[in-house]
Write a protein that binds this ligand. Structure first.
Ligand SMILES: CC(=O)N[C@H](C=O)[C@@H](O)[C@H](O)[C@H](O)COP(=O)(O)O
Length: 529
């Protein structure tokens, strides 16, 4: 049976640009399935490896990664697809396991491997990586470097490897992380090399995230071809669900974080009441790992413990827990697996959501909108919103529900760039009022026509957007928060602008009741699942 898999992909994909992908005949992004059995487990024989391989190729995989010369030879007899071959050895004098010897390279090439992968980590090894690379190329194969750090990726690129995989990240010391190393995927892709994400892509979502982070191909192994691992993940998940069900009772203590563009607030919340809290500047330019490390450090001595950790953050958090910046001017960082890292750093179950969404939930549960469906709108540095509809917080699978500030008017201006506190502050300074937005509000209150006109223009832009939301959703209550939203005189202006557009159908405008704590309380009161 022949499998010309290079023509099998039905997914629309960009033309392969990197020479490696062209030589392999892969359409991108490519799914490569690693068919490796648990050593000495019930599937650890060439016929089972062959069956996994053929099943994968019949279902959308374009290539395979196989361990062992016999397995490569057996599968090659049945398919023409690219095969990444490796040999694993447990050596007494080196931690390197993947294809450590030149004779392994030669045997894999002879058995039919297209690509040969070697461990290219910076560790003690029996034969230099450069010798293995030369042997791979001499055998007419492509060379893949399995690396664990950006430095190793750079070294492999300099040596002339054809493709670099993040395979070894998490396996060179210390506990193995729960999820894939998407930061490394992103860093390697930025080098401009053919980038293959590999390691702990244990869900379709994780594989898709790796592609979003720049990988042109993904290797998925255990989640497809190690039923023993898959079974144990299910076992752990159902056990954890049972444990969370008993611990995360309403009122149980929660550690809540609110990570904003300028400051991070951390608090322990029990029964909806803040028992401890602390604030520190968000170090812009640092990696999100640092922000979590600082939150962990400052909460270390707090008594009472917590059942889980909940984060409200600026930006977007999707269903998969991946955190991305929506407006990099507010806070910029690479896509970050926030929920997973919270779990790892704090050692307890975790959830995360957008800060305005969290504030909406906080106001709905214990603030200005108790019992009502509502729209929460914060007019502050930016403009954000959150929706509680039919008593449920609407986040959306991508996490973008409520990102009102990102709306653009007909001229292409983003709402928060023309109507937020910082936008009006900039306009005030341009008008000659160095006190920015607060001075603008003050001058408008005292009847200065120029200040009134500026403020009114911002209010009108927001009211225009809110009127459209209202026509779509018919929300009875609009809870208004944020520095500018709560400034004296702002709410009546907005109310009037809404009434002008919606008449009796305008929502009732109420000031937010929880102030700076809305996000942290909302996150803390969010159900864990
Ligand atoms: C570190 C190491 O030895 N990785 C090996 C490399 O071939 C395999 O055990 C992995 O299964 C493979 O990398 C795919 O990863 P995952 O099974 O997590 O999808």
């Amino acid at each position: 049976m022949n499998h010309d898999v290079s023509t099998r992909s039905s997914a629309p994909s960009p033309a392969p640009t990197h020479p490696t992908w062209q030589r392999l005949g892969l359409s991108l992004p490519a799914l490569i399935v690693s068919c490796q059995a648990v050593p000495d487990g019930p599937f650890d024989t060439p016929p089972f490896i062959r069956a996994f391989a053929l099943a994968a190729l019949q279902s959308g995989a374009q290539g395979l990664r196989l361990e062992g010369v016999e397995n490569v030879r057996t599968v090659r007899a049945d398919c023409d697809c690219p095969i990444i071959g490796i040999v694993k050895r447990d050596l007494a004098d080196s931690p390197v396991r993947i294809t450590p010897f030149v004779h392994d390279v030669q045997a894999l090439a002879e058995a039919g491997a297209t690509v040969i992968a070697v461990d290219a980590t910076d560790r003690v090894r029996p034969q230099p990586v450069a010798e293995l690379l030369a042997a791979i190329h001499a055998a007419g194969c492509l060379a893949m470097a399995d690396i664990s750090t950006l430095e190793e990726a750079r070294a492999a690129q300099a040596l002339g490897f054809d493709v670099i995989g993040t395979t070894m990240s998490g396996y060179t010391g210390g506990p193995v992380p729960e999820g894939p190393d998407l930061v490394l995927v992103q860093q390697v892709a930025a080098l401009g090399v053919a980038t293959l994400a590999e390691g702990r892509l244990n869900s379709p979502q994780a594989a898709a995230d790796a592609v979003r982070c720049g990988a042109q191909a993904v290797v998925v192994g255990s989640a497809i071809s190690r039923p023993e691992y898959i079974t144990s993940w299910y076992r752990q998940a159902v056990d954890a669900a049972a444990a969370a069900g008993s611990s995360a009772q309403p009122g149980a203590p929660v550690l809540a974080l609110d990570i904003g563009g300028t400051k991070t607030l951390v608090a322990r919340v029990e029964n909806g009441v803040i028992t401890h809290e602390l604030q520190f500047p968000t170090q812009r330019g640092e990696h999100p790992d640092q922000w979590l490390a600082q939150a962990l450090a400052v909460t270390q001595g707090w008594p009472g413990g917590w059942t889980h950790v909940a984060a409200a953050v600026t930006g977007v958090v999707g269903d998969d827990g991946l955190w991305t910046a929506f407006n990099p001017q507010t806070l910029d960082f690479p896509p970050y697996p926030l929920v997973q890292r919270l779990r790892e750093v704090f050692g307890v179950p975790a959830l995360a959501l957008n800060d305005a969404q969290a504030a909406a939930w906080g106001e709905a549960r214990c603030g200005a909108g108790q019992g009502d469906d509502l729209m929460f709108v914060t007019v502050s540095t930016g403009i954000g919103a959150g929706l509680v509809l039919d008593s449920r917080l609407r986040r959306g699978p991508a996490g973008i529900a409520g990102h009102l500030g990102q709306w653009r008017d007909d001229a292409g201006h983003r709402l928060e760039d023309i109507a937020s506190g910082s936008a009006l502050g900039r306009q005030a300074v341009q008008a000659g009022w160095p006190g920015g937005a607060p001075e603008l509000v003050e001058r408008a209150r005292h009847g200065e026509p120029a200040a009134q006109a500026l403020l009114q223009a911002g209010v009108d832009a927001l009211a225009q957007a809110l009127a459209r939301v209202q026509l779509l959703l018919d929300v009875p209550t609009l809870v208004l928060g944020g520095g500018l939203g709560l400034a004296p005189g702002y709410a009546p202006l907005l109310e009037a602008a809404l009434a002008q557009r919606l008449g009796p159908h305008a929502p009732q405008v109420r000031p937010a009741a929880l102030g700076a704590h809305a996000g942290i309380l909302g996150a803390a009161l969010c159900p864990l699942n």
